[in-house]
Design a protein around this ligand. Structure first.
Ligand SMILES: CC(C)(COP(=O)([O-])OP(=O)([O-])OC[C@H]1O[C@@H](n2cnc3c(N)ncnc32)[C@H](O)[C@@H]1OP(=O)([O-])[O-])[C@@H](O)C(=O)NCCC(=O)NCCSC(=O)C[C@@](C)(O)CC(=O)[O-]
Length: 313
């Protein structure tokens, strides 16, 4: 199986950071208020207008397991056709992949965990079984020339097993890359990691895996996400997952709060001289709007500060 790196995210510019916007998927999947197809499409169009070019737009999982994602096919079909934007979706098995291929998704993602207990609760199978389930997904993806991204959850701790060995993260990440993922996103699903742990994990992984094949996916449960991202950037990682307004959490990880807010990440990156092609003011407006729609607090400090600054002008 081919494991070529997806050329779409290689810019060759070490100052460019690729943002994978997971708000419409990871963000919304945990919201109890169901949004309509139109509302989701509006959210995604707003993100595109703000310059976001990689959007995880939905998830082809069982609607019993993630009801908010049940409308993913309709949502993705109603998105504007854009050659400059990647629409991605989660596909946990062949059924999900077949459904995704009926839409205009141009990337898919498979997901497993470094924790057996979490994997059982999240996708109802062991880590090894999950890799086997992904085989037909990889086969179809290769046939259709669709890049496959991979996720490993619980890389810095598990809500059921506690501490997770680095060797387990390395093993699972390598399994995904060898199976056909062009990149693996390392998920601190419950946001428990801190900078030294992130550095230790990444140094171990980077001794065997190239930095352009890894991404980071931090939840901000303990307020560590930005510091952890900075640590990852300093070690050469250039793909960061984030969610507008800090939406999110995982329904199968009790207590997991939202993902790190995209606005906060972009503020930090631009402040540090790194580039994203994202218009922060426009992104902050999207964050405010979706927070109001969901009647939740905006989880982005940068988003709140920008809107306060604008309203006091
Ligand atoms: C994987 C399964 C389906 C296995 O679930 P299962 O029960 O083992 O599967 P099954 O094959 O026995 O099928 C059971 C039922 O689901 C249906 N089914 C089966 N597959 C599909 C599909 N693709 N799409 C739609 N329906 C499907 C299937 O047709 C059947 O329907 P029934 O006969 O009962 O009516 C289930 O466990 C599931 O959907 N889990 C998804 C849970 C989820 O969405 N979790 C959140 C995403 S992961 C995450 O957030 C973490 C991440 C990625 O962000 C990174 C991080 O933060 O760490």
């Amino acid at each position: 199986m081919s494991s070529e790196v997806n050329a779409t995210h290689i810019t060759g510019d070490p100052d460019f950071v690729r943002i994978v916007e997971v708000g419409p998927r990871d963000g919304l999947q945990n919201e109890s208020k169901l949004l309509s197809v139109e509302q989701k499409v509006h959210l995604i169009k707003g993100l595109i207008d703000a310059g976001v070019s990689y959007i995880e737009a939905g998830s082809f999982v069982s609607p019993k397991w993630a009801p908010q994602m049940a409308s993913s096919a309709e949502v993705i079909q109603q998105l504007p056709e854009r050659k400059d934007v990647v629409y991605a979706a989660l596909t946990p098995n062949l059924k999900g992949m077949e459904a995704a291929l009926q839409t205009q998704v141009n990337e898919v993602a498979v997901f497993t965990a470094a924790s057996e207990a979490f994997n059982q609760r999240n996708i109802n199978c062991s880590i090894q079984e999950s890799i086997e389930r992904f085989q037909p997904v990889f086969a179809l993806a290769q046939e259709r020339n669709i890049p496959v991204r991979g996720y490993v959850s619980c890389v810095l701790g598990c809500p059921y097993e506690g501490r997770i060995e680095i060797s387990q993260v390395l093993k699972t990440t390598k399994l995904l890359l060898e199976a056909g993922c062009y990149e693996v996103s390392l998920g601190d699903t419950i946001g428990v990691g801190s900078t030294h742990q992130v550095a230790n994990l990444l140094k171990a992984l980077l001794s065997e895996i190239q930095s352009d094949r890894l991404a980071v996916h931090f939840h901000d449960t303990y307020g560590q996400a930005l510091a952890n991202i900075d640590t990852a950037l300093n070690l050469g990682i250039r793909t960061v997952d984030a969610s507008v307004a800090g939406l999110g959490g995982c329904p199968y990880a009790k207590g997991a709060s939202g993902n790190v807010a995209t606005e906060d990440v972009v503020y930090m990156l631009h402040g540090n001289g790194l580039k994203t092609n994202i218009d922060l003011n426009r992104l902050a407006m999207v964050g405010n709007e979706i927070s109001a729609l969901l009647a939740r607090n905006n989880g982005s400090k940068a988003g709140l500060a920008l809107s306060q600054a604008q309203s006091s002008q």
